[in-house]
Write a protein that binds this ligand. Structure first.
Ligand SMILES: [Zn+2]
Length: 474
């Protein structure tokens, strides 16, 4: 076998993805599929992010923050952020908004390249034998698995890829060549292993993370360039440290942890047994959601429908367990309606739908609850037991008894309400944490007192200096 460039393939694939992203921020990426020339631009992602940010009470892409999208705020070598952008989810929603001309219709090309790298990355990162979460490429490589076709097609597309700078000149970027080399390496390796009788290969194991961690550990207890004997003694030290640390599964330090746990237990139980209700004589002002543009209203309705589907999926898994009568009450048979456009766009394989499509009545109910919660949450979020306050409010304001069959008891109503409340409490906490850490800018017309407080805390504690990086040109 030739010198194998695919060693540590999975890890390299991560780095290449990050490099592609960093180049895409300052340059456009041109490529051809089936003889059609296309252009991907970072600007399209910014448009998508802005359209999403306008929705007042929920997000289509809740994971994206300024640190994923806004060039000045991007941590350049953070692999995870790059991978979250090059994802099926971002690609699907970008494609959908482009098809509706809500963002530049040319964003369809960018969506295509995001999906391209998502698939390619998955195909070099498979760690399961079976398909998990519909990720068909994150599986083991076998003789007739779908990876081989993907790699062949990808090589064709990669050979047409070029980065073009703002002056229209092509810039040569080694990452694209490296991608090709890695894929060819995987092709060679899987063939060679097959000849040796190895039927299945998990690409993720070709990764030197654990080795690097070990050497990092050795250096941290010994010196930076260990000799064989220093290596041995450092290894022994690490082994011993590991055995006495409380994280080690084989460690016998029950007395130790028990002592710690007792104090923690006291801390929590004291607070729980004598809950001192702080005197809260007043609520903060209620928020009125300002009128939105038609497009935002449209996206918001679609996202509410999507969330309703997510809630059905969740309660079905935990409670309904595919009870046909219940699902008939809350799901829709007609999945082609316009209300489901976002759900359809988000399916991994449109031919094999795996998401739940809420019946219009259930969707409307969830949407009303969401509006109700987000309206009152800013004014009462400082109260203790906020979760049960909100659940009680939902149960008394809305009739959830129509949502289940007689076989399932009333506790299901509580669970549905709890599911929605959990989701939106979590969403609110995330939003406020992001404002506190500067990952999200506050909206110019923001009136929510807690968000305003969080913002002024961030402005007081953040470094005043605005960094001027090389990506500021975009
Ligand atoms: Zn039932």
């Amino acid at each position: 076998m030739k010198k194998s460039p695919c060693k540590k393939g999975a890890q390299k694939a991560q780095i290449y993805t990050t490099c592609i992203r960093n180049n895409l921020i300052t340059k456009d990426l041109t490529f051809s599929t089936n003889g059609i020339k296309k252009t991907a631009k970072w600007e399209h992602l910014i448009q998508l992010y802005q359209a999403d940010s306008f929705i007042p009470d929920c997000k289509m892409l809740p994971r994206l923050t300024d640190a994923h999208v806004i060039p000045e705020k991007l941590p350049k070598m953070k692999v995870r952020n790059a991978c979250q952008v090059f994802s099926q989810r971002v690609s699907a929603i970008m494609n959908f908004l482009a098809s509706k001309s809500i963002i530049d219709p040319g964003a369809a090309d960018t969506a295509e390249i995001f999906l391209f790298f998502d698939k390619l990355f998955d195909s070099l990162n498979g760690s399961f034998d079976k398909v998990v979460d519909g990720k068909i490429f994150r599986t083991s490589v076998k003789k007739n698995s779908i990876h081989h076709q993907l790699w062949m097609d990808s090589l064709k597309v990669l050979s047409t890829m070029k980065f073009v700078n703002k002056n229209g000149k092509a810039v040569s970027i080694p990452t694209i060549k490296n991608w090709e080399m890695t894929i060819r390496g995987f092709q060679t390796l899987s063939k060679a292993l097959h000849i040796k009788g190895i039927q299945s290969l998990l690409p993720r194991v070709l990764n030197q993370d654990s080795l690097e961690n070990l050497f990092g550990g050795i250096r941290s207890v010994g010196c930076s360039n260990p000799t064989c004997s220093i290596f041995m003694s450092s290894y022994k030290t690490l082994l011993l440290n590991n055995l006495v640390s409380s994280h080690s599964p084989g460690a016998n330090c029950e007395d130790f942890t028990e002592g710690c746990l007792l104090t923690y237990k006291n801390l929590f139980s004291i607070r729980q047994e004598t809950p001192e209700m702080p005197l809260l004589s007043c609520d903060l002002p209620e928020q009125v959601i300002p009128n939105q543009l038609d497009t935002t209203q449209y996206l918001r309705d679609l996202t509410h429908t999507f969330i309703s589907g997510y809630i059905i999926k969740k309660i079905n898994k935990n409670l309904l367990k595919n009870c046909k009568t219940c699902l008939k009450l809350i799901c829709s048979n007609n999945t082609s309606s316009e209300n489901y456009e976002l759900l359809q766009a988000r399916e991994y394989q449109p031919s094999r739908p795996s998401l739940k499509y809420p019946a219009p009545s259930f969707g409307l109910l969830v949407s009303k609850i969401i509006v109700n919660i987000t309206q009152c949450l800013p004014s009462v979020c400082h109260h203790p037991k906020i979760k049960s306050i909100l659940i009680d409010k939902i149960l008394s304001n809305f009739n959830l008894s129509i949502l289940h069959c007689p076989k399932h008891d009333d506790s299901i109503q509580y669970k549905i309400a709890e599911c929605i409340v959990n989701l939106f409490l979590h969403f609110r906490c995330t939003e406020i944490n992001r404002i506190l850490s500067g990952k999200r800018k506050i909206k110019h017309n923001e009136k929510d007192p807690i968000k305003l407080l969080a913002n002024s805390w961030y402005e007081k504690h953040s470094k005043k200096k605005v960094k001027i990086g090389k990506f500021n040109q975009v």
